[in-house]
Design a protein around this ligand. Structure first.
Ligand code: PFF
Length: 447
């Protein structure tokens, strides 16, 4: 039943759990290929600029709303005295359900790749054969759904154990493990003969590669990577005690998320260059290019397993934040945590099935812009729901509850230059920038 609102056991637990939400497929799967497609180092500089201004400010806003309210995303706005804004929470929870449904399908592919790599399924294959094997696997009707089910069950197993006993404990074990594995992979990659071309691509900026499209890609990626706009951060913020310094915590979380993205780029791109593969291979970079690279690399068998375990861990600490966002609401309307977790977990599992089939036997069924179910769900959250959610969070904090938000962040301290900068970003910079992402994502304006 609806018991007292739970809390993190420690500040470290909060930081690692929230960094766990942020660090995910977005950092390790998407960031390297988006960097590859957008010209390398110049993209990274723009990305960093956006993350540490707009991204950080929006994250602080969302977590602050959660801590003020001390309840789930849907009840939060009523509790703050602005019930008219509750639709933002409703939209956030719906967004979390949609993201989780396809996220779990892709995470299922990662588990399958752990099994396949360990069983030597790709050994001796060239890029073309691996592309074929990937295509056969994802388009088969049953086995990707089984792996999606396994991943959804893992997510439920963590969430059912609660905030402190499940999410926090798991993050405290998995996040340090993730770092160690990623550093090992990055060291392996940058020490390969021929890695220097990849390092140069990654670290030496070519500003002629930058266009307005690059900036939009960086903004969209920043949102997804920082878990902004889907109420997951609001929910995690509601478990933070009143003593925790929110500003400092958000800087640390943003730093960790960015560090992992950069390390993932260092683990992947130099190796891709070393073996003469294409850095702009798009989403296939992880599932086709990398297994080819591992085949050619000394010690590749082991590094392949480590990489796909790492990817699965990163996905899991993100998916638990999405499921918790939904569970926290159902828990507050009277369902036990167990029933709320099983119910929302099953919903997400069922919604993921059409996503999985849309890459195979249902590939002829199109929804948005001629895309299948999975791509449509991803398009809708990336281009619309997350940015709109983020925009509303910034406007709400910057314009509607500014004095309360300032007090929540500052305590008894006096507002200084950083607080003023925060509000300028929330009121003006972020709304304009996010509106541009939405309009360009919907192709209403073209750059
Ligand atoms: N930040 C996660 C990633 O980079 O993979 C994805 C994500 C998790 C988005 C949680 C939104 C969210 F609420």
């Amino acid at each position: 039943m609806n018991t007292a609102h739970e809390h993190w056991g420690s500040r470290l637990g909060f930081i690692l759990a929230t960094a766990g939400s942020a660090v995910g497929l977005g950092n390790i799967w998407k960031f390297p290929y988006i960097t590859g497609e957008n010209g390398g180092a110049a993209f990274i500089i723009i990305y960093l600029g956006i993350v540490f201004t707009i991204g950080l400010s929006a994250m602080l806003a969302e977590i602050t709303i959660g801590r003020i309210a001390q309840t789930d995303a849907i009840h939060a706005f009523r509790k703050i005295g602005k019930p008219g804004w509750s639709f933002v929470g409703v939209m956030g929870v719906i967004t979390a359900v949609i993201i989780l449904s396809f996220y779990s399908v892709v995470a299922g592919w990662c588990i399958a790749y752990v099994v396949k790599s360990a069983g030597g399924a790709f050994s001796g294959m060239d890029a073309e054969a691996i592309a074929g094997a990937f295509g056969t696997f994802v388009s088969s009707p049953l086995s990707p759904i089984v792996y999606h089910g396994i991943f959804a069950a893992l997510t439920m197993a963590v969430v059912v154990a609660g905030v402190g006993g499940g999410i926090e404990k798991t993050s405290k074990v998995l996040m340090p493990l993730l770092f160690v594995m990623l550093i090992a992979l990055a060291v392996r990659s940058v020490t390969l003969p021929g890695a220097s071309k990849g390092l140069e691509f990654f670290l030496a900026p070519d500003f002629s590669a930058i266009s307005a499209g690059t900036v939009m890609a960086a903004l969209g990626q920043a949102f997804f990577s920082l878990s902004l706009g889907s109420a997951a951060l609001l929910t995690y913020g509601s478990y933070v005690d009143k003593k925790t310094n929110l500003g400092k915590s958000v800087v640390q979380i943003t730093f960790l998320d960015t560090l992992v993205a950069i390390l993932a780029g260092l683990a992947i791109l130099p190796a891709v260059f070393a073996f003469g593969m294409d850095p702009a291979a798009g989403p296939g970079l992880t599932f086709v290019t990398l297994p080819t690279v591992f085949n050619a690399m000394p010690g590749g068998y082991l590094f392949a397993i480590v990489f796909f375990v790492l990817l699965t861990i990163a996905a899991l600490t993100s998916s638990i934040s999405l499921l918790e966002t939904v569970v926290s609401f159902f828990n507050n309307i009277g369902l036990s945590r167990r029933n709320a977790t099983v119910g929302s977990g099953l919903l997400v599992f069922l919604l993921g099935i059409p996503s999985s089939l849309s890459v195979g036997i249902w590939s002829d069924i199109h929804f948005i812009k001629g895309q299948g179910f999975l791509d449509s769900a991803s398009w809708m959250t990336d281009k619309l729901l997350l940015p709109v959610g983020g925009l509303l969070i910034c406007v709400f904090t910057g314009w509607i509850i500014a004095p309360v938000a300032a007090k929540e962040v500052l305590g008894d301290g006096e507002p200084g230059i950083l607080t003023r900068a925060w509000f300028i970003i929330l009121r003006f910079v972020a709304p304009v920038a996010i509106l541009l992402i939405i309009l360009s994502g919907l192709e209403i304006i073209k750059f």
